[in-house]
Design a protein around this ligand. Structure first.
Ligand code: THU
Length: 129
């Protein structure tokens, strides 16, 4: 469980840097990639609302930029009291770099509460997992 706790800590730290002055809803994400490294992201909003990016999108971009090829697991955590499931667009982004074993971990302030496989959240995807 060490990796899981590490992922949680990285995502919580990323959340601290979230730029969410409009929604006031901070989100942090941490990806463990096939290279064993952890890549993080936070949501970055914009005065032109549609220009904002989700935490998952920035973590995945960091992974690709750093040379990671596949997402082993991604953890998402927020400021809110309920768990944050990735939005449809982010499921598609995760799916691009996922395989059948990829885990999506949802955490509240205290730790991981729910775990999914990509095929559970993005069933009948254009890509087969
Ligand atoms: N958000 C994420 O970063 N990830 C999600 O999975 C859901 C939503 C962000 C987008 C926006 O900045 C804020 O949360 C409120 O929707």
């Amino acid at each position: 469980m060490k990796n899981y706790h590490q992922l949680f800590t990285f995502a919580r730290n990323a959340l601290e840097n979230a730029y969410a002055p409009y929604s006031r809803f901070r989100v942090g994400a941490a990806v463990e990639a096939d290279d064993g490294r952890i890549y993080t992201g936070c949501n970055v909003e914009n005065v032109s609302y549609p220009c904002g990016t989700c935490a998952e999108a920035s973590a995945i971009a960091a992974m690709v930029c750093g040379g990671g090829k596949t997402i082993r697991r991604i953890l998402i955590t927020s400021d809110g009291s309920s768990l944050v499931t990735p939005c449809g667009a982010c499921l598609q982004r995760i799916g691009e770099f996922a395989d059948a074993d990829t885990e999506i971990l949802l955490a509240d302030r205290t730790g991981i509460q729910q775990t999914f496989k990509i095929a559970e959240l993005l069933p009948n995807a254009f890509k087969e997992f």
